[in-house]
Design a protein around this ligand. Structure first.
Ligand SMILES: C[S@@+](CC[C@H](N)C(=O)[O-])C[C@H]1O[C@@H](n2cnc3c(N)ncnc32)[C@H](O)[C@@H]1O
Length: 322
């Protein structure tokens, strides 16, 4: 069970220091009714957020009035990265891949993961107005988070053929057409300003990006201080298992037939090491996912310290100390 309140164990006395604390808890199948393994990692970020965090917070404040109609930042750069990371494919291939994602095979996966996703997405309720979904595909997650009237969603994917399906899913989820914007881009270069969204969502996408670390840094960059990153990702099975042996053999084939999807990435580890202030994740094995197991799902949060540092800075200014 994800307890979102435990994501924020910040002690004000430790704010703006360079100390690191890491705690890890494992709930093994025997003591977790759902048979899940749960790990949590609360790791205050290094001191780079203080005092320079004040600048980040000023940027966040300046972009705080962004709406979905705001034009992308670094428009030319993100196109260059898009074309490098995801060179244009033939139309028929993009359409074929989109229709596969929209097929019954995916629906049975979605049916099995639904319980996990509903639980995960409750953490967003009332906390996020501007949401970015990276690698949105046909938009299977929209129904979990897009039904609040004032939510604005950026759906991002390099495959422009996903747009039609994602638009339909947004509409079906009850999102106003003006509150959904599809952006053709990759996770490695997100065409949004720093600190411009309250939440980023990514499901089954870090297996396909060209650069996982760069994508995670981009996710952190566009999140507001305290913003949330919700993920569901399939990862490599444990070394030495039969499943891992088969994944190693099938990986090259999977990359070819599944548009660059890798079976053997240690994505959970990458998320833990990406510099979020807290990461809570659980692991699930899904019967419908065969080689695309295990799956890690959870929430990472960006440090709020940059914002609090600004408050202290403002206090200093008002007291005439600066
Ligand atoms: C397996 S699909 C998952 C789609 C959707 N998130 C879901 O859960 O059904 C992977 C998606 O990632 C997209 N993708 C591939 N490379 C990407 C990249 N570098 N950045 C962002 N998305 C990417 C693909 O076009 C595809 O829509």
């Amino acid at each position: 069970m994800l307890l979102h309140s435990s994501l924020f164990p910040l002690n004000p006395n430790t704010l703006c220091t360079s100390s690191h604390k890491t705690s890890t808890s494992i709930i093994t199948p025997s003591n977790h009714p759902g048979g899940l393994e749960k790990t949590s990692n609360h790791e205050p970020e290094p001191s780079r957020f203080c005092p320079c965090g004040r600048r980040h917070f000023l940027e966040a404040t300046a972009t705080g009035l962004l709406s979905v109609s705001v034009p992308p930042a670094n428009a030319s750069d993100y196109k260059t990265v898009l074309n490098r990371v995801h060179p244009p494919r033939p139309d028929w291939y993009e359409e074929f891949y989109a229709s596969v994602l929209n097929s019954d095979a995916t629906r049975s996966y979605e049916a099995e993961i639904a319980a996990y996703k509903s639980q995960l997405f409750t953490n967003l309720r009332g906390k996020a107005k501007r949401i970015l979904e990276i690698g949105i595909g046909t938009g299977p997650n929209l129904k979990y988070y897009a039904n609040d009237a004032d939510v604005e969603v950026f759906g991002m994917d390099p495959n422009v053929k996903m747009e039609r399906y994602a638009q339909e899913a947004a509409e079906a989820a009850g999102l106003l057409p003006t509150n959904f914007k599809f952006i053709q881009a990759v996770g490695e270069a997100i065409p949004l300003s720093d600190a411009s969204v309250d939440a980023v969502i990514g499901t089954l996408v870090l297996c396909s990006v060209a650069n996982v670390d760069q994508t995670l840094q981009e996710v952190k960059r566009v999140l507001t201080p305290g913003g949330l990153y919700l993920f569901v990702e399939h990862v490599a099975a444990k070394d030495g298992t039969l499943l891992r042996f088969l994944q190693n053999i099938l990986d090259p084939l999977q990359q070819t037939v599944a548009d660059g999807c890798h079976l053997t990435r240690e994505t959970g580890k990458k998320i833990n090491e990406a510099g979020f202030s807290a990461v809570e994740s659980s692991t699930a094995f899904l019967s419908n996912a065969t080689f695309v197991n295990p799956q890690v799902y959870g929430i990472a949060s960006k440090s709020i310290r940059s914002g609090l540092c600004f408050c202290f800075f403002l206090g200093d200014v008002l007291r005439g100390n600066v």
